[in-house]
Design a protein around this ligand. Structure first.
Ligand code: CO
Length: 134
């Protein structure tokens, strides 16, 4: 089921400052910010060759990453995103195995314009997992 690692996501309190660090201090290629109101975040992607780093800043009043940043004010690793060939088949297989899918269980459109789902961190060793259809 599990394909390649699409990205590692970091929640950051200040996206402009984080982009400056990745672009200027680390010398990385960083995309332009993209607002995703449906997900309550603004994102950029840092291209690191074998995968990407997603930097997430809260967007709106009820951003799902706001509680994470309240607990981790300087930011931190938020989730891992793995690619799957068929997101609905993956969801059904995971739910049959007892894993919890967040939200209403239906994929939303992610930052790459593809369907995504999130899996409960308590079922995966404390790590929030995003699945993205490849
Ligand atoms: Co992500």
């Amino acid at each position: 089921m599990l394909g390649r690692l699409n990205h590692v996501a970091l929640a950051v309190p200040d996206l402009t400052a984080a982009v400056a660090v990745y672009r200027n201090t680390l010398g990385a290629e960083v995309t332009e910010p993209q607002a995703l109101p449906e997900h309550g975040v603004t994102v950029v992607f840092v291209n690191v060759g074998n995968t990407k780093i997603e930097l997430l800043e809260p967007l709106g009043e009820s951003s799902p990453i706001a509680p994470f940043l309240a607990k981790n004010p300087s930011g931190g690793m938020h989730h891992l995103c793995y690619e799957v060939d068929d997101i609905l088949a993956a969801r059904d297989q995971l739910m049959a195995a007892g894993a919890r899918v967040l939200g209403d269980g239906n994929p939303k459109t992610g930052a790459h314009g593809k369907p995504v789902l999130f899996l409960h961190p308590k079922d995966f060793f404390g790590t929030l997992i995003e699945l993205e259809q490849s």
